[in-house]
Design a protein around this ligand. Structure first.
Ligand code: SF4
Ligand code: SF4
Length: 102
């Protein structure tokens, strides 16, 4: 009976390889960041893209990851149809994992 009530876990974020693939398609136009209401300090798209998928996460990028509230305002302006909101979700996952390792 309990087995029947067990729910499948929700898919909360795209897997890392998929995010890496999307970031490789990014043309660096910055439109997503211009549309973002949560970005409060300058971060270049190159740094954001790099730190979303690899290496350590700098304090400004970590603050941006925490400030992102998944509003989706960054999605429509992207000329190549990428989902910055999903990339940010993955960045949040990386940030949480890095904090757990400290
Ligand atoms: S989803 Fe996050 S990154 Fe995108 S516009 Fe909203 S706050 Fe900014
Ligand atoms: S709007 Fe799209 S292509 Fe432009 S920087 Fe953002 S994710 Fe990359």
């Amino acid at each position: 009976m309990l087995k029947m009530l067990k729910l499948k876990p929700a898919l909360l974020h795209k897997p890392g390889p998929q995010v890496t693939q999307e970031i490789s398609a990014c043309i660096g136009c910055n439109e997503c960041l211009l549309a973002c209401p949560a970005l409060s300090e300058p971060i270049t798209i190159d740094v954001l893209n790099h730190e979303t998928i690899a290496g350590s996460i700098s304090p400004p990028v970590a603050r941006f990851a925490r400030a992102c509230y998944q509003c989706g305002a960054c999605v429509n302006p992207c000329p190549v149809g990428l989902h910055r909101d999903a990339m940010m979700m993955w960045l949040k996952v990386r940030l949480l994992r890095s904090e757990r390792e400290e």
